[in-house]
Structures are given as structure tokens and as C-alpha cells.
Ligand binder design. Sequence first.
Ligand SMILES: [Zn+2]
Length: 457
Amino acid sequence: MKRTRKPPRIPVAVRRLDMTSRTAERIGGGAVILIILALFLLVRAEPETLKPLSLLQINDLRAEAGQTETVTRNGTVTASVSAMDVLEVLGASPEDATAAAVALRDASPTRGQRLRPGTALSAWFEAGEDGRERLAGVSAKLSPKATLVASRSSDGRFKANLLSARTTTALHRVAGRIDTSLADAIIAGGGTRQHADMFAGLFPEDPALAKGGRKGERFDAVIEVVTDERGNFLEAGDLVFAAFNGAKTSGSWYRFTPEDTGLPEFFSRSGVAGDEFLLRDPVRGGEMSSGFGNRMHPITGEMLLHAGIDFRAPVGTPIRAAGSGLVTDMRYGEGYGWFVRIRHERGYETVYAHMSGFAENLTPGRTVMRGEVIGYVGSTGSSTGAHLHYEVLRNGFYVNPETLALPTGRDITGNKTVLAAFEAQRDAIDTFRNEAAGGQLFAATASTARMTNAPAP
Ligand SMILES: [Zn+2]
């Protein structure tokens, strides 16, 4: 997860309330076409200037281009169908398909690895010297911000480049009352289900909130929105502020990344990260099916230490990072299946095993935040049914996550420099909320739960 930057102040930020993922797809599709057209031109003109090229420049080039005589066809990479297979199906010769696929692979950020399942490919064809159609290029959309493009150069070989959109991060406020559910309200306002999950996770005193909350309860959220140079929506970013005023609990939380740890966390107005340092339930609603300690191996009959606890849950159930930290390992391990390992502060590590898949964009070396979805429940490795095997280590030793006495969240009030940076960011968020709200901030009410922080004024 990227570090939280000081939020830019924009006067009218709620204009994109109607932005939906459909809009994002439409814009994304348009961008691919622009890139294709521009690259087609550039390849002929001066291939060495291909990188980096912004979407804006591409658009301008396209305007100069006029009509081009190419045919474009689209396909999608799946777990069993590689980019090369897709290109052949779309009409490329086996040689061209192989050459273009290798070029894409070599230019991808995960150099040498196959494109991930679900990657959308767009191939375009031109008339060759013999008059027959041949592959001219292919683009692979890796994310809303990055597209790989391989094109045939004058020597007939395929060269690929990674194009990045120049992006701007703006703030977007979603606030109101729950009608059907918190998730519905946040999604209707331009946020995502992930934002709603993250929001609910900040108010664990009221388990009803994770199930949708109660009609009439008030919420206030600020999320980051990534746009291109022209202000077109590209993707939703992080939740940076959450306030809730409900029947069982209320409070407000500000996302902040202290300079000394580099790990993002949510802090109260006063600068205290709430509750316990690690979540007790990385799978929300998961039923604990096996505890920590010695047990007989179901197959060999040997007594072995079960070094973690198991949560039974259906395949695909989201798994949340128990605490903020650095992803130190994620891969397939014997026994563990697909697993993720996270290093936290104060000597703690957590491990999540038997996953069916990882969250999009998760990579080793990235920081995640407490409650962020990192992957999905599965039954990979030595597993006899869908469950999460969850381990906690303290200073390298396995500890029982169930009975572990956890330290409370971080308190930055004692560190003047860090506190000042936090306060500046907090005040910028509040100013933004005031401007975006038209003075409709909800009034503070007494909290009935063990929240240590008061709602924002
Ligand atoms: Zn287990």
C-alpha cells in the first residue's frame, strides 16, 4: 500500500459521486484504443521515443493520426490460456504470437512471469507486404494506471514498453445515513466494498456494522480517488477517514503513516491507534475449527504442534491483514499452499496459509494496513477443507493467537515531530470535509462503547 500523502485540497470534490466501475471500464477501454493508435504511429516514426508516454500525449498523437487501417480484436488471458494462445486465437501466426508474448513478458513489471489471469489483451492487425493480415501489435492492460504495449518494429521484431498514466490523487467524501446497508451507501457514493469493509473494521464494538448497520445510522468517509491528467476517474484509492455515529458506537479515525515506521494506521483525533495491535479474526465471521497446541496428525497419527489456529470459511472469503506491516513473503509453500507472511512492529509476524488467491496488487515489499484484504480462503497445500491457517510469531517463536496478550495500538502523542505531521494531515482532512459538506457534519454524541476518541467536531 502506498504511503498516505498530504491530501491535496480541492474545492469541489464531490463531483464524481456518480463515478462507477462501469465508467472506469469505459474510460479504460478508451485508453487502450488510444494507446494502440498512438503506438502504431510512433513505431513508424521514431521507435526510440516510446517511453514514457502519457495518455494525454497519446491522445494528441491520435488526433493527428486520422484514420488508420487496422483491425482490432480483444481477448483475455486465463489460468489455462496464455497470452500467446490468445494471440493465436485472434489470428496471429504462431511465430508472431510467440514473439509478441515474449516481448510483453520481458517488459512487464513482474519480468519473466506470465501475465496474470484476467489480463485483457487487445491485438491489432495490419496488411503485411504480401497483402495478408499480420499482427502489428498487442496491448495488455495491467491496471487502470499501467498498460504494456508490444509492437512490430521496422525490423519485424516485437518490442514492448510499459506505459504509465500520469495520475493525480484527489479526495472524495461520501457521507450520509445508512438506508439498506453501509456497503450500499458507500458504493452508491463512489466508494467500494473494500472501503465499506475497512470502515466497519474500525468499529468492532458494533458487530452489526460489518453486517450492514442499522437504518438511519450516520457515516462519514473520505476516500482517495485516482484520476488521469484530464480528471477522468481511474480507480478508487485508500480510505483515509471514517466517522460513525450509530446506536452502539461512534467515533472518528484518520489514516496516517508515521514517518518512523512507514506503516499506515488509523489514529483517533488525539493520535492514538485504537484497540489491539492485531485483529483477532483475520476471517470475519470465520468459525474457529482447530486451536493452537499439540495434536495428532490426522493421517500419520504423529503428535505435532499445531502452530496456529484454523478458521473454517467458504472458499473465496476475504482474509484481512491482522495488523499493519510489510509483506515479506508470498508464494506457494509445501504444506502451506499459497501463503502470505507479514512483518509487523515490535517483533511480531503473522502468516496466512492455504489461500485460494492473493489480493490484487499485493506484492512482497508492499506495506499493508490492519484490516486490509490480502487474499482469499482456499484449501491449497496440505489441507482437507477450505480454511485459513493463521499463525502469529513473536520474536521468531510461535505464540497462541487466541490467548496472546496483545499490546494496544500505537500512541504518537509522545513524539512531537510525528504528532505535528499527523495533526497537519488530520486538519487538512477536516478542512476538506467542511468544504465538501456544505456544513452538514454530524454533531458529536456520547459514545456508548469503549472508544477512546471523540467524533470530529
Ligand atoms: Zn492449521
